[in-house]
Ligand binder design. Structure first.
Ligand SMILES: [Zn+2]
Length: 352
């Protein structure tokens, strides 16, 4: 199913490129700017089973994106500057902001050197538990468990269910099913408990995963002191905020900010909602982020920035640089707004 969806998206991007339809759509749907969303930036890995591949782009692809933007005379700005242009209605030049979620060490090792080549600022949204070494990167843990085993057994709603994970196709199918199940669990602790049990049964060390991939507080401190690097908040535990009671959702936002500010000794004014789709961040969360005093908050809803986005500063859409579509030819399509316009049924704002 996931593969089918990938193919449909790829065909859509390709069709837009080959028909040139994006040129026609650009004047209406390109908006005034773009917020790009990334996770990992690192060289491609060889292994066969990479169910989280959509979350990573290679340094070369990032370089191609930056080159394209520079050649198109688009300003690359910080989230503070994006906020300023939106609130002051300064749209004399098109702009793009780069945002990277979760706080991965490869952002320092691979993204920063490329961003420096273009003197391009970027914002890394940190989940404070990840920096603490106490985070549950359950999607990586699940990939690790499945990659190592030939079958996985879990209790789903009290029913012991066995998944074959002996071939690449079986591993992908098991991953998709278990990923959906884990993401659908109601509370913060349900997910923690289930992935914890699965890791314990298969000898996977969740804490080691967190340390392997995430910048620690010490590392973040020196990283955040470097030119071009901005730090934002991405909740404490990386939970689905829309599924939490209001009080917890609000705490997740404000406590992550407080922890980052005290560890890094710098103000944090911007937020990214974990998962960030319409099932994880909607009206209530947008209001909570606003009343918590964040200048902006970004979702993972696809879309361009329009002048009217100034009225929805805590519900900003982004354009994903998806690891499954690292093709330089799609760049003019992405910046034309044609792809996100199609996705959104040609609505410019989706902030409900
Ligand atoms: Zn995240």
């Amino acid at each position: 199913m996931k593969q089918l969806r990938n193919n449909v998206i790829r065909a859509g991007l390709g069709a837009l490129y080959f028909t040139g339809a994006h040129h026609l759509l650009r004047p209406i749907f390109a908006g005034v700017g773009t917020i790009f969303m990334l996770h990992h930036v690192r060289p491609a890995r060889e292994r066969e089973f990479q169910p989280n591949r959509h979350l990573e782009v290679a340094p070369d692809f990032l370089r191609a994106v930056l080159s394209h933007l520079r050649a198109s005379d688009i300003d690359i700005v910080t989230m503070d500057e994006l906020h300023r242009r939106l609130t002051e209605r300064n749209f004399s030049r098109r702009f793009a902001a780069f945002t990277l979620d979760d706080g991965y060490r490869d952002n320092r090792d691979f993204a920063l050197p490329v961003m420096r080549e273009f003197d391009a600022p970027f914002t890394v949204y940190v989940a404070s538990d990840f920096a603490q070494g106490a985070g549950h990167l359950w999607w990586i843990a699940l990939e690790t468990v499945i990659s190592r085993t030939s079958s996985v057994e879990v209790d789903i709603s009290g029913v012991a269910t066995r998944f074959d994970t002996s071939t690449r196709a079986a591993k992908q199918a098991a991953f998709d099913r278990l990923h959906d199940w884990l993401r659908g669990l109601p509370g913060r602790d349900d997910l923690k408990r289930e992935i914890g049990a699965l890791c314990a049964r298969h000898g996977v060390d969740e804490a080691a995963i967190c340390h392997e991939f995430c910048l620690s507080w010490d590392e973040l401190k020196s990283f955040s002191n470097k030119a071009l690097v901005g730090i934002g908040a991405h909740s404490v535990t990386h939970c689905n905020l829309a599924r939490q009671p209001a009080e917890i959702a609000s705490q997740e936002m404000t406590m992550s900010r407080a922890r980052i500010e005290s560890a890094l000794q710098r103000p944090v004014a911007h937020l990214a909602y974990p998962y960030g789709d319409k099932f994880a961040a909607r009206g209530r969360e947008f209001a909570l982020a606003k009343s918590a005093g964040f200048k902006t908050a970004v979702t993972t809803r696809p879309g361009m920035i329009f002048p009217e986005s100034a009225d929805y500063l805590t519900a900003l859409p982004r354009v994903s640089l998806n690891g499954n579509y690292q093709d330089k030819r799609i760049l003019p399509v992405l910046t034309s707004g044609a792809a996100t316009a199609m996705w959104n049924g040609f609505r410019r704002i989706d902030a409900a």
